[in-house]
Design a protein around this ligand. Structure first.
Ligand code: MG
Length: 211
């Protein structure tokens, strides 16, 4: 039985999935944290760039302090639940694909990331930690390399930069439409709107239309 399952598993195609702002509501929860802690009125629609320092109007050092020290330990971060539709959609995808996660989260996020993914997304085979362009994150390989080495058919992503990097390497990307990735276009990047049924149901429609 195990043997049969394993055989079937290896025949499945691989799907790679980002975590932050695809599965984990990083920006929305960060805004809640920041508004509480700093009395601001920040909202995800303010993120026309995926640069927290720029949106907050503070230095890189101050930005890292707020994100890596304060937010990482906050209630908002620690009690965050998956984004709407993501659990059902991953469960659905996992019946037809092997699912791996690929995130640029840094080492200080590793324990909580593993716990969170195992809890909410038990179908995920493995979490891969990729290079982070913002701060040094060890000797890691890029998202594109991880997708290629794992034979990913496509990546589900919200970052315009990573989407372009992976698409340039020849791997298709489904890009969740967000204020911070406007204008990103590529022949093998499909933009997934958050309107109507929401990102994840729209993604499933696109995936099963394309395969
Ligand atoms: Mg992301």
């Amino acid at each position: 039985m195990t043997h049969i399952n394993r055989l079937r598993n290896t025949e499945k195609l691989v799907v790679a999935c980002d975590i932050d702002d695809v599965k984990f509501p990083f920006v929305p929860r960060f805004c809640e944290f920041h508004n509480r802690a700093y009395g601001t009125n920040m909202s995800p629609s303010d993120f026309h760039v995926y640069s927290f320092g720029e949106v907050m109007g503070v230095s890189k050092e101050e930005s890292l302090k707020r994100i890596d020290e304060e937010y990482l330990r906050s209630e908002e971060f620690l009690t965050a639940e998956p984004m709407a539709g993501s659990e059902d959609a991953i469960e659905h995808l996992a019946s037809d694909f092997r699912v791996i996660d690929v995130t640029a989260r840094r080492d200080n996020y590793k324990p909580t990331t593993h716990r969170w993914v195992e809890h909410f997304f038990p179908q995920v085979e493995r979490v891969h930690f990729s290079q982070n362009h913002y701060v040094h994150a060890g000797d890691r390989i890029s998202k594109a390399q991880i997708c290629l080495e794992n034979g990913a058919q496509f990546l589900i992503e919200d970052s315009g930069d990573y989407a372009l990097q992976v698409a340039d390497a020849g791997v298709s990307v489904y890009l969740f439409d967000q204020p911070w990735n406007q204008g990103v276009e590529h022949g093998i990047i499909t933009r997934i709107p958050g309107t109507g049924k929401g990102h994840w149901d729209n993604l499933l429609d696109a995936v099963y239309r394309d395969v």
